[in-house]
Design a protein around this ligand. Structure first.
Ligand code: CMP
Length: 143
């Protein structure tokens, strides 16, 4: 079954949005396969955002994501990668529609509440960066 990596960013954790965000994905029908509240090291942040290394905002991005605790999650379900992106809304919250997470709660592109993998390759890479295989539940093996 398809899995994706989602992460409530420091602004979302600080604003007590973990519960609301988890509820949305549970209500949709996805299964939480792993989760941890953690503070990201600079090294992990640089690996996670490696594709943005040349962007002018890279330093800001790493500084923000390491600035406070994040809630890292693995979610499982049919077409979860693309559906989670739809539920998150556009990267820039000013363009995200009401009803999406960023549309409802976000204000700026830097502090946009949540991150979600944008492809199967990213999901695999990001899940491996944040979780050991034994930390993820395989629902297909459960009753
Ligand atoms: P995310 O999905 O975590 O992936 C990369 C992040 O870069 C993105 O969300 C935004 O928060 C951030 N980002 C994109 N564009 C800008 C920008 N112009 N300035 C600051 N951050 C940005």
């Amino acid at each position: 079954m398809e899995k994706t990596f989602l992460m409530v960013k420091p602004d979302g954790v600080q604003r007590n949005l973990i519960g609301d965000i988890v509820s949305r994905f549970e209500a949709k029908g996805f299964k939480l396969a792993g989760a941890k509240l953690m503070t990201i090291s600079t090294e992990l942040a640089e690996k996670h955002y490696a594709e943005h290394k040349e962007r002018p905002f890279f330093g800001e991005l790493v500084e923000f994501i390491t600035s406070g605790p994040v809630f890292a999650m693995a979610w499982e379900g049919e077409n979860v990668i693309a559906t989670a992106r739809e539920m998150m809304g556009k990267t820039n919250p000013t363009e995200a529609l009401p009803g999406t997470i960023r549309g409802d709660y976000g204000m700026t592109v830097g502090k946009n509440i949540i991150h979600g993998s944008d492809s199967a390759e990213s999901a695999e890479r990001e899940l491996a960066l944040f979780f050991k295989a034994e930390e993820l539940i395989d629902y297909m093996k459960q009753d």
